[in-house]
Design a protein. Structure first.
Length: 158
């Protein structure tokens, strides 16, 4: 599990590594990593919190990369479809994927005080969810799990 968003780290390095990994995967998969798609991923990586499409669109508009909602939504669709970002259902927002190197079923830990989000990995076939699916003969294809609470810093401050 990565708790990087809750810890001090080289944030510029974090962003650069995320963009480089996405660019490499796009090249390997023969996907177009357009300027807008890259910028949307950079925006998501720039904050360790989930961002709504309109928040992202505001940044794109300020930078002259587009002012209409489809610009942000198309980029987000590409990023989520290809595993570079995830949609946080509870917040109706998006976050950059921090585990690009492998396919996974993410768990999102959402701090209700500072809005930071950490992506952790889990295997949905294990644990209570997997046991319930096995008992009913159900095959899990996608699972989204989200937990809301307080990050270490906010818990300490409270």
């Amino acid at each position: 599990m990565s708790s990087q968003a809750f810890e001090k780290h080289d944030h510029q390095g974090c962003i650069a590594e995320g963009i480089a990994a996405a660019a490499q995967l796009c090249a390997e998969r023969n996907l177009q990593f357009t300027k807008t798609r890259q910028r949307v991923l950079e925006i998501l990586l720039s904050e360790h919190k989930a961002m709504g499409a309109y928040e992202i669109l505001d940044v794109l508009r300020e930078e002259g990369l587009g002012s209409q909602p489809p610009v942000a939504y198309r980029a987000l669709e590409f990023l989520t479809k290809n595993g570079f970002a995830h949609r946080i259902e509870r917040l109706n927002a998006f976050i950059a994927c921090t585990h690009l190197e492998n396919g996974h079923a993410p768990i999102f830990l959402i701090c209700r005080a500072c809005d930071r989000v950490v992506e952790a990995e889990a295997d949905p076939s294990k644990g209570e969810l997997g046991r319930a699916a096995k008992r009913s003969g159900f095959r899990i294809e996608r699972a989204v799990r989200e937990a809301e609470g307080l990050c270490p810093a906010c818990a300490e401050a409270a």
